[in-house]
Write a protein that binds this ligand. Sequence first.
Ligand code: NAD
Ligand code: 0WE
Length: 261
Amino acid sequence: MGLLEGKTALIFGLANKNSIAWGIAQAFHREGATIGVSYAGEVLKRRVDPLAESIGCDFVEECDVSKDKDIAAVTAKAEERFGKIDILVHSIGFANRDELNGPFYNTSREGFHLAMDISVFSFVALAKAFQPLMNPGGAMISLTYHGSVKVTPNYNVMGVAKAALEASTRYLAYDFGPQGVRVNAISAGPIRTLAAAGVSGFKSMYKAFIDMAPLHEKVTIEDVGNAAVFLSSDLSARTTGEIFYVDSGYNIMGVPDMSEE
Ligand code: NAD
Ligand code: 0WE
């Protein structure tokens, strides 16, 4: 029997087959969950529809999380379809490309607001919208990156947004605790997704990551999917407000080991 048998999961942030959201959706499907997915805009529908279909998911809803009315609409549709849900996954992040380059102090007021709105506030807003729909024993999960805690060159305003996302995870965990709903974040190592494409210096950073990490293995969307299964299932019943690293151990290192190779 699957670990998520009888549970319903809504996954936000599916763009294509490389998306972390897709690794999570496949792992949830394998474990017997009923799945609904949401994507950002019309142009992604063409890619998302066939993926959803392949895992027997027919709840596929567009939702631009910068729009209150989109969040309200997807919440109403989810209630109509599922009644209650058990799992909410937020796999969304965005900053203007020109904010992910050069010195952090060049961050614009507008760019700062946008990154915080899409990458952080949207999780808080979705949590609020779905609170009445969450079954006790349920779980919410967001995706973060270690650039929140330590400087990653060029990650810039996204690092600040991820720090706020991780703090939001703790405050939401406190709010939802009495309701029996857990809130955790997965901090994934670098993965070649759409959101990583064309990021300047990603290739060299990727190599440095594998060299430095104790396991010397790249992180895959399957790895993240399996961690999400754990954090959504009753196996993690007493874990909330945590930042759960899926990074081959990279974050524990202080100094690279120069003796190898
Ligand atoms: P991705 O591009 O596949 O997913 C990002 C998603 O955010 C896309 O589906 C995009 O449509 C969505 N999005 C952007 N603006 C939106 C809006 N206004 N409304 C709704 N959705 C919107 O890339 P990914 O790497 O799978 O990213 C998923 C999450 O994982 C992000 O939070 C990212 O920061 C995080 N993360 C990524 C990595 C990595 O190296 N790829 C590492 C750690 C954490
Ligand atoms: O969270 C992320 C992706 C963040 C991201 C990436 C983009 C590129 C395209 C947010 N917004 C945009 N906007 C775009 O227009 N990651 C953890 C992957 C990532 O992004 C980086 C990284 C890593 C790692 C950016 C700079 C440096 C390292």
